[in-house]
Design a protein around this ligand. Structure first.
Ligand code: PLP
Length: 392
């Protein structure tokens, strides 16, 4: 087994440096715990950008991937196979009556949603309105939907995208019109800083879309699959979209993305209009379907809400509560805005002391552990976090 220093040197000699890195090489995980190449233990408060929604090596996911790996791998989407059917049935049972399409990532889910909106709206309605501080992925279509510095250097972008401030109905009313195919937004912004809209905003967006004949697309790549203590983030407001995009947690740590679209829209994706060679492949789909079974059978939506409330209470009652400007979010999708301009030193201090946590928008700590995290693990993690905040 190679140590951390050697792995970092080999990585730098062999991979493209497009990610900001922390000086840790991880080799093993169990539930919400991780171990690095030097044997050091960490509590995982970020779950790999939410991907490991059930932590590492959940026995039922290990069983699901093993059983499928021993029976059937990839068949091609000209054939039928049961795992993707079970996964799609979970989506329509838990979200809304719709039809699913599967791919591998959140960006590809955004591409599918954008293409479905365009093909259904027709050539006179090309406009797609998205939100400032929103995030939809790195491919050219998804990037064109993502306002801000992520676009720098990549022009020309895909035409037809307009960005407005999040949670500002008037700004949206100014741009949504008879040429608008869709409004696409996150029910709670993730990369943008865990920003929740004002009560009533999403319903007003729904009504505006309906008035203008525009579609409503919710990007649920972060908020989907139990993260917020609800199956899907839109269920907090009770506002149902026409298309929902999914990724991150959907595969429980293996790459699965997808969309769920109303049957009327789904009918526009006729054979030949869109596709994904390995999308919905039996191995990934079988794990993903098991993610839904486990969340349901282990009552993890309730646990996400209880654990999230516990984290909020403990932080609000802690010695460093004066350093916190706001705590936002739902369930185990939490943003803690600090009173310092840059939370990077907090992230590094916590890491050195055995806690993995993330910061976005410079000073918003994101607490997004797997739904299997236990109360003692949360206690220990918060002690490390509070010390890190006090130290900087
Ligand atoms: C992460 C994210 C994406 C992109 O997902 P990838 O799998 O990285 O392509 C899209 N939308 C939202 C809201 C995200 O958080």
């Amino acid at each position: 087994m190679s140590g951390t220093t050697e792995l970092i040197a080999r990585h730098e000699g062999a991979l493209i440096g497009n990610y900001g890195k922390l000086p840790v090489a991880l080799v093993r995980g169990q539930g919400a715990m991780l171990w690095d190449a030097d044997g050091k233990e960490y509590i995982d408060f970020f779950a790999g950008f939410g991907g490991t929604i059930l932590g590492h090596c959940h026995p039922r996911l290990v069983a699901a991937i093993t059983a499928q790996a021993q029976s059937l791998w990839q068949v091609g989407n000209q054939f039928y196979s049961e795992p993707q059917i079970r996964l799609a049935e979970h989506l329509k049972a838990k979200a809304f009556e719709g039809r699913a399409f599967f791919c591998h990532s959140g960006a590809e889910a955004a591409e599918a949603a954008i293409k479905l909106a365009r093909i259904s709206a027709g050539s006179n309605r090309p406009k797609i309105v998205t939100m400032q501080k929103g995030f939809h992925g790195r491919t050219m279509g998804a990037l064109s939907a993502t306002a801000g510095p992520a676009q720098n250097g990549f022009a020309p972008l895909v035409p037809g995208f307009v960005h407005v401030p999040f949670d500002n109905l008037e700004a949206l009313e100014d741009v949504v019109d008879g040429t608008t195919a869709a409004v696409m937004l996150e029910p709670i912004q993730g990369e943008g800083g865990i920003n929740e809209p004002t009560r009533g905003y999403l319903r007003a967006v729904r009504e505006l879309c309906d008035r203008c004949g525009a579609l409503l697309i919710f990007d649920e790549v972060w908020t989907g699959v139990g993260r917020t203590g609800h199956w899907f983030g839109h269920q907090i407001s009770g506002v149902t979209p026409d298309i929902m995009t999914l990724g991150k947690a959907l595969g429980g740590g293996v790459p699965v993305g997808g969309i769920l679209a109303s049957p009327r829209l789904a009918a526009y994706f006729k054979p030949g209009t869109h596709g994904c060679t390995l999308g919905g492949n039996p191995i990934c789909a079988n794990v993903s379907a098991a993610v839904f079974d486990v969340i349901q059978q282990e009552n993890l939506l309730d646990h996400a809400r209880t654990a999230g409330a516990m984290i909020r209470e403990k932080l609000a009652g802690s010695a460093i509560s004066g350093r916190i400007k706001a705590i936002r979010g739902s369930g185990l999708f939490l943003g803690v805005e600090l009173d310092i301009p840059d939370a990077t030193p907090v992230v590094r201090h916590a890491l050195a002391n055995g806690l993995i946590v993330n910061a976005t928008q410079k000073n918003v700590l994101r607490i997004c552990p797997s739904l299997v995290i236990t109360p003692p693990q949360i206690e220990k993690a918060l002690t490390i976090l509070e010390k890190a905040i006090a130290a900087v």
